[in-house]
Design a protein around this ligand. Structure first.
Ligand code: ADP
Ligand code: ASP
Ligand code: MG
Length: 436
């Protein structure tokens, strides 16, 4: 059995839903994970924001717009009146539930509850459509098996056990449909795996059922060697090692959610990135085979803050770095890049929620300077240190761009540069020109 995940654009219109339906119906008894139709999660977040701001009129008007949009989609998607009535009834029911959340006295967790409806709607629409087409499509409710633990991590044992039970209860199926993104927290309350989290759902399911493969179907023919939103002429990379894919996803290659690689890697399940609009394109195969001696791709991570702590007295004495790390640990703030010298340390963070408090404490350790609006450019490939010339080539590409930090040797797979936001596009283009 395989897990096939389709993102928002892939199910973004009645035509696309039909396209995905035909694609999945010829591929056997697999589990199909769907995102919300593109735009819906953003609309639901606007409804949540209005709800939390107690602007009920605005929330109601946004709900009416979205419900109208789905009315049109349903009208175009199904051919029989019976299917239109069944799907229409279900979706209207969902909108009534959203209205109840908006108007409830207790507005706690309104966002978590409201944002879940995007995936609930898309999966119901797809299931009805497949059923109308004569297939025995069974909907597996993600809220019955997808759960996080007390640390906010997926509860893999719970997921495995409950998904197996649900599958066992529904043996006679042509295929299964389920929601990406949504889950329950350890207390059983509705939660989610964060924006873009449907990829994570797919690999968690893959791990839970020990799938033959996890396929991430999207709007592009695999992982490209640079960010196609900023650089022209990028080309797909056909093979990536799990570690290379993880670095690219973490450092900004939006095609893959960063958390998605680990469950697949741990269970050695290949991940394939494929294009819904071009199903025959080769795409990208991610597994534990490393193609040696190649730089594979470049990615960029935005909204980075660099912090430099220059130690006046301690000169990186024993215990200095521990004190620095303890402060970030105390505020649960992850450090991305780090470089040290004899007199100081520079590091980067992307979560600035506790920046003021962190800076307040760092000031006691030395002179602190902060650069915001920075970007990490990450060059990924077989960058094992004995390989010659790759780091020089990457560095040479950036010869006209001011580089604030360089990190190399932290893994065998990447070299990272910290630059200013305004230099990002030029840096990506220059790296493509020099490396590929
Ligand atoms: P989905 O909605 O299917 O999850 P996403 O929008 O999350 O799709 O991811 C696909 C998008 O990722 C592509 O349209 C592309 O613009 C962007 N992207 C960024 N970097 C890369 C890359 N290196 N290779 C391919 N796509 C990338
Ligand atoms: N619908 C969610 C989002 O837009 C999850 C996903 O698409 O992966 O972020
Ligand atoms: Mg995505």
């Amino acid at each position: 059995m395989k897990v096939l995940k389709f993102g928002g654009t892939s199910v973004g219109s009645p035509e696309r839903i039909r396209n995905v339906a035909s694609l999945v119906s010829s591929r056997g008894k697999n589990i199909i994970v769907l995102s919300a139709m593109s735009g819906t999660t953003n609309s639901l977040l606007q409804i949540s924001a209005a709800t939390e701001a107690a602007d009920t009129a605005k929330a109601e008007s946004l709900i009416a717009d979205l419900e109208k949009k789905y009315g049109l989609i349903i009208d175009q998607l199904y051919s029989t009146d019976a299917a239109k009535a069944t799907a229409g009834g279900k979706v209207n029911g969902f909108f009534d539930e959203i209205r109840e959340i908006v108007n409830a006295d207790d507005k706690s967790r309104a966002e978590k509850k409201i944002v879940a409806y995007g995936e609930l709607i898309s999966t119901n629409l797809m299931t009805y459509y497949l059923q109308e087409s004569g297939l025995n499509a069974i909907l597996l409710p993600a809220l019955d098996y997808m759960r996080t633990d007390a640390n906010g991590e997926p509860d893999q044992e719970y997921i495995r056990k409950h998904l197996a039970e649900i599958l066992k209860d529904n043996p006679v199926a042509d295929l299964y449909i389920t929601q990406g993104f949504i889950c329950r927290d350890p207390e059983g309350r509705i939660d989610n795996l964060q924006r873009g989290g449907s990829d994570y759902t797919a690999s968690l399911i893959g791990a839970a059922i020990n799938a033959d493969e996890v396929q991430i179907w999207t709007d592009i023919d695999g992982m490209h060697n640079n960010d196609p939103r900023f650089v022209e002429g990028t080309t797909p990379v056909h093979n990536l090692h799990f570690e290379e894919a993880a670095e690219l996803a973490y450092f900004g290659a939006k095609i893959l959610h960063p958390t998605c690689i680990l469950p697949a890697k741990e269970n050695n399940i290949p991940v394939r990135l494929l294009n819904t609009m071009q199903p025959d394109a080769e795409g990208t195969l991610i597994n534990n085979v490393l193609r040696h001696g190649l730089i594979k791709a470049v990615a960029a991570k935005d909204d980075i803050t660099a912090i430099k702590i220059k130690s006046d007295r301690m000169l990186l004495a024993y215990g200095f770095l521990k004190k620095v790390f303890d402060i970030f640990d105390k505020y649960a703030t992850a450090i991305d890049m780090i470089v040290t010298s004899e007199v100081g340390v520079s590091l980067t963070i992307d979560n600035t929620r506790h920046l003021d408090a962190i800076l307040g404490e760092l000031n006691a350790l030395g002179t602190v300077t902060v650069d915001s609006d920075m970007v990490i450019i990450c060059v990924v490939g077989d960058l094992e240190w004995q390989n010659r010339g790759f780091e020089a080539k990457a560095l040479d590409a950036l010869r006209d761009i001011p580089v604030r930090m360089i990190s190399y040797g932290g893994s065998n797979f990447n070299i990272s540069f910290l630059i200013k936001k305004e230099d990002k596009k030029a840096a990506l283009a220059k790296l493509s020109a020099n490396l590929f």
